[in-house]
Ligand binder design. Structure first.
Ligand code: URA
Length: 241
């Protein structure tokens, strides 16, 4: 079975593929037993179950798996997948919704106008794009930039989970409603998700929700609230040293 299907079916079965921080080998673990890296217990996961030659050992391997993904119909209309960019050791992960027109062409997340605003938002809290890791909920562009569908989010979810497990960020910034709701597995409105330190799945990795830069371009009066969110995220990051 190819790697993308393996990840998808493991996810469906409630079994999380995980990566050891020390050996970077890949194993599987029943998510009912503990979190992928046992973060709640503050220790690394125990014995791994090798999964053979297809093991995803690092971000670059995962990138290759994602680049040939055909799990949903979006592969038919994409120019290329948009895996994410930045430091594999990043303390900050920034998660958006899905690639748009320009991202689909370039293969990089947040390179359009919204991306330029994101770059400024990051600089405002002292971060460059190179030192964070920027990715999206979906790795392929939805046609006409429509909202991602539930099924598409479900197919892509194991990839994002693997990215987060490999990078082990100190904080995740969820940009906009779709990203925040998908990361937190909720239908709660973005306005009510802001200002709260959430945790990613069953880990202690904090998730801070804020407005999407594309929304801020349309509604610049909301930039003040986004600035509050960024300052809040910095405080949470400081606490999580
Ligand atoms: N919007 C997103 O959510 N992600 C991108 O990569 C670009 C625009």
């Amino acid at each position: 079975m190819d790697e993308q299907r393996r990840l998808y079916y493991l996810d469906k079965m409630g079994i999380q593929a995980w990566v050891s921080r020390t050996t970077k080998s890949v194993g599987i673990q029943d998510s009912s037993e503990s979190s992928p890296l046992n973060l709640r217990q503050g220790k690394l996961a125990g014995a791994s179950v090798p999964v053979g030659d297809n093991a995803v050992a690092c971000l670059d391997d995962l990138r290759k798996v994602v680049s040939v993904c055909t799990l949903c119909e979006l592969h038919r209309t994409r120019t290329q997948t948009v895996f994410g960019t930045g430091s594999p050791d990043a303390d900050w992960m920034v998660i958006g919704e899905a690639p748009g027109f320009e991202e689909d062409r370039k293969g990089e997340p947040f390179v359009g106008r919204a991306g330029q605003l994101l770059t400024k938002m990051l600089l405002a809290i002292g971060l460059t794009r190179e030192e964070v890791f920027i990715a999206n909920i979906l790795k392929c562009r939805p046609p006409d930039n429509r909202d991602p569908q539930h099924q598409e989010i479900m197919h892509c979810r194991p990839y994002l989970r693997q990215q987060i497990n490999m990078i082990q960020p100190k904080v995740i910034l969820a940009m906009g409603r779709i990203a925040a709701q998908a990361l937190l597995d909720t239908n709660t409105a973005i306005g009510r998700l802001r200002g709260i330190k959430h945790c990613y799945e069953d880990t202690r990795i904090p998730v801070i929700a804020t407005y999407h830069p594309a929304y801020l371009l349309r509604s610049p009066q909301q930039k003040r609230k986004a600035w509050e969110d960024l300052k809040f995220a910095v405080r949470v990051r400081e606490e999580n040293r």
